[in-house]
Design a protein around this ligand. Structure first.
Ligand code: CA
Ligand code: CA
Length: 209
């Protein structure tokens, strides 16, 4: 009987172990470093179709990107090599969510130029939230950091998101005959220099907490 009791006890404990579920680890935030000096430029000079490296461009050079899928808002914080107050900068997060399928149709774009900044959220090319409704952009030139905060309501209250993050700059006031008039410098937060757009990576899948 003792052996049988022991067997029953082991069986009960074993079954309890099988039915007890291990909680899934919910990832809501990620922080990823990017190489220094991996900015690329296209549209420059005579051979405008060629994209080349531009390590001297430090204002577009992303060093670290933190994406946080919070309770009320998505926050994208990007540390750059050397931000400048007078420089035009476009920081864009392209988002895939549980409701958008395989594409990245939702874009949150922050612009800053000469002390002014704005943020807009687009979905399939149409403005979804603009102005104050689209969130806030904060720029700290001491820490070379741009922080973009977008309400989850503007993103359709996603259960999870995956983000591509890119920064771009141009000479906004260049005259048409300036060789830099059509040039765009760009850095991808998750990719090395000259990686093809189709190969671009995203943040990990970040769930709503
Ligand atoms: Ca970089
Ligand atoms: Ca990069």
């Amino acid at each position: 009987m003792r052996l049988r009791s022991l067997f029953v006890l082991v069986l009960v404990v074993g079954l309890a172990g099988c039915t007890a579920r291990t909680p899934r680890e919910v990832v809501t935030s990620s922080s990823v470093s990017d190489a220094s000096g991996d900015v690329v430029v296209g549209g420059l000079g005579k051979d405008r179709a060629t994209v080349v490296t531009a390590p001297e461009n430090t204002i577009t050079d992303i060093l670290e990107t933190t994406v946080d899928h919070g309770s009320d808002a998505l926050t994208v914080e990007v540390v750059f090599e050397d931000l400048r107050p007078q420089q035009y900068l476009d920081l864009t997060a392209s988002l895939r969510t549980d409701s958008t399928g395989s594409g990245l149709p939702t874009q949150a774009s922050a612009l800053t130029y000469r002390g002014d900044s704005s943020i807009d959220v687009y979905r399939d090319g149409t403005a979804r939230c603009t102005g104050a409704d689209a969130g806030t952009v904060a720029i700290d030139f001491d820490t070379d950091t741009v922080t973009m905060t977008v309400p989850r309501s503007c993103l359709g209250e996603p259960r999870w998101i995956e983000a591509q993050v890119r920064a771009a700059t141009m000479h906004y006031d260049a005259s048409p005959d300036d060789p830099r008039a059509d040039a765009v410098w760009e850095d991808d937060a998750y990719a090395p220099a000259l990686e093809q757009p189709s190969d671009r990576r995203t943040s990990p899948r970040l769930y709503h907490p």
